[in-house]
Design a protein around this ligand. Sequence first.
Ligand code: HEC
Ligand code: HEC
Length: 328
Amino acid sequence: MTSNINRLVLMLVSFGCASLLYGQVPAAPLIAQTPLPWAFALNTPGLNIPIDDGQPKHVPNSTLAFVFTTPRNLYNPPDWHPADHPAMPPIVASGRNPGVFACAYCHLPNAQGRPENASLAGLPADYIMQQMRDYRAGLRKSSEPQMGPPANMLIVGMTATEAEAAEAATYFSSLTLQPWIRVIETDTVPETVISGSMFIEKEGGSMEALGNRIVEMPEDLELTELRDSHSGFIAYVPVGSIERGKALAAGTGDLTPPCAFCHGDTLQGLGPIPALAGRSPSYIARQLWDLKMGNRKGLWSPLMAAVVANLTPDNIVDIAAYTASLEP
Ligand code: HEC
Ligand code: HEC
C-alpha cells in the first residue's frame, strides 16, 4: 500500500506536478494535528496562488535575471548570488528527476533555509548523512502530514542515494550559517495568512495579539517569493520568552538537561551534534515536537528523549525564541 502511494507520488513528480504537492491549496480548512500551528503552518484555504507573469525578475546586488514558471520547477532553482558560495554539486543545484528535487530549491543555494524548511549551512557532514539515512529508513516524519514542505522532504529523503547524500553533505557542511533571522519581542503582530506554508501579512489586515506563539515572516515578501538568498526573516516572539528560554536551555528547574552539554557552549554545535543558534524558530519547534511525539526516531534521537519528555508547547515557544536570538 505505502509503496503504491510512493510510486504514485513519484509519477506525479516526474511529470513536473511537484508544485501541486508543494503548494497544497486546500478548498476547506484543514484541522491542525499539533498544538503548535504557528510552527507546522497549514495554508489558509482559498488564497490564490500568485501567477508568475513570464517577465524577467531581478533582485538587489545581482546582475542576473530569471523568469519563473507556474508551477515552479523544483529541479531548476534560481541562484541569484553564485559568488557567495562554492560551486554547487549537481544534486544540490538541479537534483535528480524523479523525486530528488534540487536541494537548493527549498534550502537555498547558500543553505540559509526558510521557516517552512531548515537551514543546512554549516551542519556537520556526519549529522546530515545520519539524517538522510533516517529519512531513507522512514524514521523521520512530520507530526503534521498535511504540511507540504516536510512531506516533500520525505520524498527527497526516501529517494536520494547514500552517494547523493554524501555529495550534498560535503557541500552544505562547508558553508557557514550567516545571521538571517531578526528576533523581536512584542505583544502585537500584523494579522497574517499562510501561503506556501509561510506566514505573510494579511492584505488590508490590522494588528492582533501575538499570544503564546512565534510568528516568523519574510523581511521582504517579494524577494522571498523570488527566492533571493540574501533576504532574511523576522521572528516575532512573546515578551520575556528569550529570558525564559535561556533559563530552560541552561537546565534551570530540572525540566531538561542543559542543551550546552551536547550542542556546545554557544549552541553552535559540537562534533556531529547540530547547531541550534540562529536557526529558524519554526523549524526548531517542529523538531522538538516531532522528537517528543516519536515521529522523529532516528539512530541518534534517543539522546534527545530526556530533553523533550517534559517540554510543553509553551516551553517550546520560549526555547525556540531563545535559540533563534543567538549568534549563528
Ligand atoms: C521540497 C523542498 C525540499 C527539498 C527540495 C529538499 N529539502 Fe531538505 N528539508 C525540507 C524541509 C521542509 C525540511 C524540514 C522538515 C521538517 O520541518 O520536519 C528539510 C530538512 C532537511 C534536513 C534535516 C536538517 C536538520 O537540521 O536535521 C536535511 C539534512 C535535508 N533537508 C537535506 C536535503 C538534501 C540533501 C536535499 C537535496 C538532495 C534536500 N534536503 C532537498 C525541504 C526540502
Ligand atoms: C545528551 C545530548 C543532548 C542534549 C543534552 C540535548 N541535545 Fe538536542 N540533540 C542531540 C542529538 C544527538 C540530536 C540529533 C538527534 C537525531 O539525530 O534525531 C539533537 C537534536 C536536536 C534538535 C534538532 C536539530 C535539527 O537540526 O534538526 C533540536 C531542536 C535540539 N536537539 C534541541 C535541544 C535543546 C533545546 C536542548 C536543551 C533543552 C537539547 N537539544 C539538549 C543531543 C542532545
